[in-house]
Design a binder for this molecule. Structure first.
Ligand code: KG4
Ligand code: ZN
Length: 341
């Protein structure tokens, strides 16, 4: 097609991602992860992640080009995550992108990582309709976005006031003694438990929160409630029904995420919902979203997991949308913005 060929670079957290996209077609997506290194520390240490990006960046760019059978000189534009994320890791990616932009004489586009998580769905399920709702849930973010144009018109309706959904799962995993990251383990155990066993609180769903925080999330109260429940049982010398705790906790998270998201779709007259971010792997969320969207007549789009976790395709996809929308390129001294809204 006549669409520009966009090279996308992602390095906001622990994955080094590089992909090539033309229009909404993905040519190749290469990812190198440093998660194994972080698992040893039980969390991501920014300095360790920065060094891993530095080592992986050029080999990952070379691999993406080779696998896509593209010569660097054919690239029309460079897109890179400018934020939000960790400053050191972001700086490695933007530095690589700036170098390519200068070397090739091709425009640079700094883009928003969270919007990328929504945009990547277009590579899988086709161009967005006029208006979509996007729920982006991961270890770092839980945001509800109203997308009128993914390149130029995205409104954040709400976000988490404290922990992200994945983060809450990881913390519950830790307090139950599960390995890091705990999210997938809590999910697995939850599938064996009774989701109605314990009634855990649903954050920001009380009537008083309906106006100011209608579209915001809060999971730290829930996490504390789980900790208290487990402590009380332990103090009383009773065994912990781990599967039931996980199932009841996961049910509370999925309930709040889906109820608030569908209410937002209704309020803003949207009938397509995209879910993205690494937490969209969560079975309880997937099941409840599928059921409730079907009931509400909402078309649900969730890309395959490898496009939900951090990757280069999401950034190349957003770069492609931005270039096609005619947005002006970024200045070569574009800063990274760790808390980009
Ligand atoms: O997007 P992602 O790979 O990394 C970022 O945080 O950007 O998301 C990973 C997060 C972690 O908190 C992980 O524990 C959680 O998502 N997660 C899950 C599941 N798979 C990943 N949480 C619950 N259930 C899962 N199946
Ligand atoms: Zn992410």
């Amino acid at each position: 097609s006549g669409d520009p060929l966009v090279l996308g670079i992602e390095s906001s957290c622990d994955e080094t991602g590089v992909a090539l996209v033309r229009g909404n077609d993905l040519l190749f997506d290469a990812v190198a992860s440093s998660m194994e290194e972080h698992a040893r520390f039980g969390g991501i240490i920014p300095e360790v992640a920065s060094r891993a990006h530095l080592e992986a960046m050029i080999p990952t760019i070379e691999r993406a080009l080779a696998e896509a059978d593209v010569d660097l000189t054919e690239v029309d534009a460079i897109a890179v995550t400018a934020g939000p994320g960790l400053v050191g890791p972001l700086t490695v990616g933007t530095s690589a992108a700036k170098a390519l932009s200068i070397g090739l004489g091709k425009p640079l586009y700094g883009v928003n990582h969270v919007i990328g998580h929504a945009c990547v769905d277009q590579l899988v399920d086709g161009a967005f309709p006029d208006r979509v709702m996007a729920l982006v849930v991961s270890g770092g973010h839980s945001s509800l976005l109203l997308v009128d144009d993914v390149a130029t018109d995205v409104t954040e309706l709400g976000s988490t006031l404290d922990d992200a959904a994945g983060e809450a799962f990881d913390k519950v995993g830790r307090l139950l003694g599960l390995p890091y990251p705990g999210g997938p383990h809590v999910d697995r155990l939850a599938r064996e438990g009774d989701p109605t066993a314990i009634r855990f609180p649903r954050g920001l769903t009380a009537r008083k929160d309906q106006e100011r925080h209608a579209h915001d999330f809060s999971f730290s109260g829930l996490k504390t409630a789980v900790a208290r429940w487990v402590e009380a049982r332990t103090d009383a010398g009773q065994a912990i029904p781990v599967e039931d705790v996980c199932a009841s906790f996961a049910e509370a998270v999925a309930d709040v995420l889906t109820a608030k998201t569908i209410a937002a779709c209704r309020r803003h007259d949207v009938d397509t919902l995209v879910i993205g971010g690494g937490f969209s792997a969560n079975s309880q969320l997937r099941e409840m979203a599928a059921k409730r969207c079907a009931e509400a007549g909402i078309d649900l789009r969730i890309p395959p997991i490898r496009y939900c976790t951090d990757n280069g395709a999401m950034i190349a996809a957003l770069g492609s949308a931005v270039v096609r929308a005619g947005v002006a390129p970024s200045a070569l001294d574009i800063p990274v913005d760790s808390s980009m809204p």
